[in-house]
Design a protein around this ligand. Structure first.
Ligand SMILES: C[S@@+](CC[C@H](N)C(=O)[O-])C[C@H]1O[C@@H](n2cnc3c(N)ncnc32)[C@H](O)[C@@H]1O
Length: 282
């Protein structure tokens, strides 16, 4: 690949998704784009660049799609989910008992496992949620990942990573070589195509936001902007989970650490009359 091709692709990716490609990732670009080169009439990455420059929006979207890192898993890293179940969920049940509603956002939800893990955690306290209407919303800019998420059919490999066997047997149906999520959990999650580079206000306000294993692909400026948007779309007592190895100190003044080792943060608000944060055990 010519250096100019790499620079063009890196610019398109940064503009469209926030993803930053460093020069050492040239091999990755070739590997990921080759299947696309074969599927399209383009013969080379350079042809794709030409098509992109001439306004082929669909092709540009497919290039962005091909370059996304979509690795995920059920109850990934486990401890943040334990924190959600033991600290945040009881606080939500107490703090939102008048309106019987709370909203959770999984930003960069990929193929859905993170959002469905939360839905399963909610189902564990179903008797306490009688009459409630909790919402779990998963957003991503990968249409293929979102289609997969909506279908909710996972391979043996997918369900072996992090999903406790009792949950597999309770919530999934065996379908030949794969496992289909049941009709109790699947409808609990709504998936939407949404780019974190765009305004998040139309999505409404959230009590809990997960944005895990997404920020490391962005540069500092983009992280700052995305975190500011996330903070503004959260309730004052809301809780943000980022990846356990993605500390926000020095990255953004929009959040303060509650437990950085678990990736748990609270929005930083200037007004004095603050609600007790949902992220703190009471
Ligand atoms: C590595 S996966 C993380 C999945 C999940 N959050 C987890 O921790 O297991 C990153 C996801 O973020 C999505 N993503 C990257 N940039 C995005 C953007 N600008 N807007 C929305 N989603 C984005 C990717 O498509 C991918 O599905």
């Amino acid at each position: 690949m010519q250096p100019s091709d790499f620079e063009f692709l890196a610019r398109v990716l940064k503009e469209r998704s926030g993803l930053v490609l460093t020069k050492d990732k040239g091999y990755l670009v070739e590997n990921r784009l080759m299947p696309l080169v074969r599927q399209t009439r383009c013969k080379t990455v350079a042809d794709q660049r030409q098509a992109g420059q001439h306004g082929d929006a669909d092709l540009t979207a497919r290039v962005v799609e091909a370059m996304m890192f979509k690795d995920t898993g059920f109850f990934r890293d486990w401890k943040p989910f334990q924190h959600f179940r033991t600290v945040v969920l009881p606080n939500l049940l107490a703090a939102r008992k008048a309106k019987k509603n709370f909203r959770i956002l999984c930003a960069g939800v990929s193929t859905g496992q993170e959002a469905y893990s939360l839905a399963m955690a909610l189902d564990q306290v179903r008797d306490q949620l009688d009459g409630w209407s909790p919402e779990v919303v998963g957003i991503d800019l990968s249409t293929s990942a979102l289609t997969f998420a909506g279908e909710a059919i996972y391979s043996q490999f997918d369900v072996q990573r992090g999903l406790p066997i009792r949950m597999l047997l309770k919530y999934f149906l065996k379908d030949d070589d794969s496992w289909r999520l049941n009709d109790v959990i699947r409808p609990m999650v709504q998936f939407k195509f949404w780019n974190l580079m765009d305004d998040l206000f139309p999505l409404g306000r959230f009590d809990v936001v997960l944005c895990r294993n997404v920020l490391p692909y962005f540069d500092m400026q983009t992280k700052f902007a995305v975190l500011q948007k996330l903070s503004r779309s959260m309730t004052d007592d809301g809780v943000l989970y980022v990846g356990q190895h993605e500390p926000l100190s020095g990255v953004s003044p929009s959040f303060q650490a509650v437990d950085a080792s678990l990736g748990v943060y609270a929005p930083q608000r200037s007004d004095a009359a603050k609600l007790p944060p949902l992220a703190l055990a009471r």
